[in-house]
Write a protein that binds this ligand. Structure first.
Ligand SMILES: Cc1cc2nc3c(=O)[nH]c(=O)nc-3n(C[C@H](O)[C@H](O)[C@H](O)COP(=O)(O)OP(=O)(O)OC[C@H]3O[C@@H](n4cnc5c(N)ncnc54)[C@H](O)[C@@H]3O)c2cc1C
Length: 357
């Protein structure tokens, strides 16, 4: 039976970032992951953008989490000697003049203005239907998640800090005992759960971790020559070699892991409404975004089991939110730093058993 101080269950964005926080502190830890094919991090585009286009408004705590995230990914690139952070322009196309007026109205807010470029752009982009002016946001790009997750896993493996397997049981006595599907057992003092959508019906299931299905396509277009992200209620992200990620849908009802034909057609239709160049669909995936009812991260300790922690609910913003809140949780566990009320899982206590606020 293996004994370590801290175990992290999950090696998605959350679990990987947690691992590097523990490493920085010189902690004795182990990451366990079951390689779930539809986990959010494995299918996500990895985009980051401090602006929410729909409203438009600044994303949750953008001024805090964005600089923190960029600094962290750059440091990790150095540590892992691998490139995965790609800073690139993000263009937003408008549906009509009403949405342009909304955008320009919002631009009067000086805080918002720091994150957008003015004036609106008018240059034509080859093959893109952009008769209307379009916007550009600042400090945008993407993290190549397949690369980040793989090199993180390789690093952890090489340092004997990674164990593959499905956690089938957790028992809480003086120490915490974890049992895996292949029969191995691990004992630890502290356990951090970063299980994404698989947290449902588990220890922190009461905190209403839900799952919103998202479908995403990979397409090839040899004629679309763009190195920036395009967005018009969906996104087109270049990933090199004439390949682009086109996504993504939001489905709150469908709990199956199967990519949906309807979603594929919807994404193709959207792509064709913005780009009039030939393309072919190379791949179609779906994943489950983990989220809390109030769409805020879930960070903190279990109401009953001491030394059992959660980092979850990153929703559709794992890349941006992950670094800041994994750091906050680790500093809370080992240095007693308080967790921000707006993300503290304590706010969900009213849903746990008979405990009422
Ligand atoms: C289609 C789509 C597009 C997206 N695009 C973006 C984007 O552009 N930008 C962005 O920031 N976010 C995006 N997201 C959201 C992003 O993917 C999530 O915010 C993030 O991946 C959540 O990471 P996580 O580590 O919390 O969870 P997960 O990625 O789900 O990771 C959980 C891990 O825990 C493991 N695990 C679970 N249970 C067990 C167990 N019992 N035993 C062992 N291991 C276990 C799983 O195998 C998995 O590896 C997108 C999501 C989808 C679905």
């Amino acid at each position: 039976m293996k004994k370590v101080e801290t175990v992290i269950i999950g090696q998605g964005i959350a679990g990987s970032l947690l691992a590097f926080e523990l490493l920085k502190k010189g902690k004795n830890f182990l990451v366990i992951d079951n390689n779930h094919q539809h986990s959010s991090s494995t299918v996500a585009a990895g985009l980051y953008n401090p602006v929410v286009f729909r409203k438009p408004t600044l994303g949750f705590n953008a001024d805090k989490v964005l600089p923190f995230a960029l600094k962290r990914y750059k440091r990790l690139e150095e540590k892992l000697n691998t490139k995965f952070l790609h800073e690139r322009p993000y263009f937003k196309f408008f549906e009509n003049f009403k949405t342009i007026n909304n955008w320009e109205g919002k631009a009067a807010d000086h805080k918002f203005r720091e994150y957008i470029k003015l004036p609106l752009l008018k240059e034509l982009i080859e093959g893109v239907n952009n008769e209307l002016p379009y916007a550009q946001t600042k400090f945008t790009g993407n993290v190549d998640l397949p690369v980040f997750l793989q090199c993180s896993k390789d690093f952890l493996r090489e340092n004997n800090k990674y164990l593959e397997g499905d956690v089938v049981d957790i028992s809480h006595n003086d120490a915490i005992q974890i049992e895996l599907n292949h029969g191995k057992k691990v004992i630890c003092e502290k356990l951090i759960l970063a299980r994404g959508h698989q947290e449902q019906n588990q220890e922190f299931g009461y905190s209403t971790v839900g799952a919103t299905k998202g479908d995403i396509l990979t397409i090839r277009s040899t004629e679309l020559k763009c190195d920036y992200t395009l967005s018009k209620g969906f996104f087109i992200l270049p990933i090199g070699n004439d390949l682009y990620k086109v996504g993504s849908t939001y489905d709150w009802e469908d709990k199956s892991h199967k990519p949906s034909l309807g979603a594929k057609e919807e994404l193709k239709k959207r792509f064709e409404s913005l780009v009039n160049l030939p393309y072919e669909v190379i791949n179609h995936e779906s994943g489950m975004r983990p989220g809390a009812k109030d769409r805020r991260p879930l960070v903190g300790e279990h109401p009953e089991h001491k030394n059992l922690f959660i980092l979850n609910g990153l929703g559709s913003k794992g890349v941006l939110l992950g670094p800041f809140y994994t750091n906050q949780l680790v500093e809370h566990i080992f240095e007693g730093r308080p967790i921000d009320n707006e993300v503290n899982v304590e706010r969900m206590k009213k849903y746990y058993g008979n405990i009422e606020n």
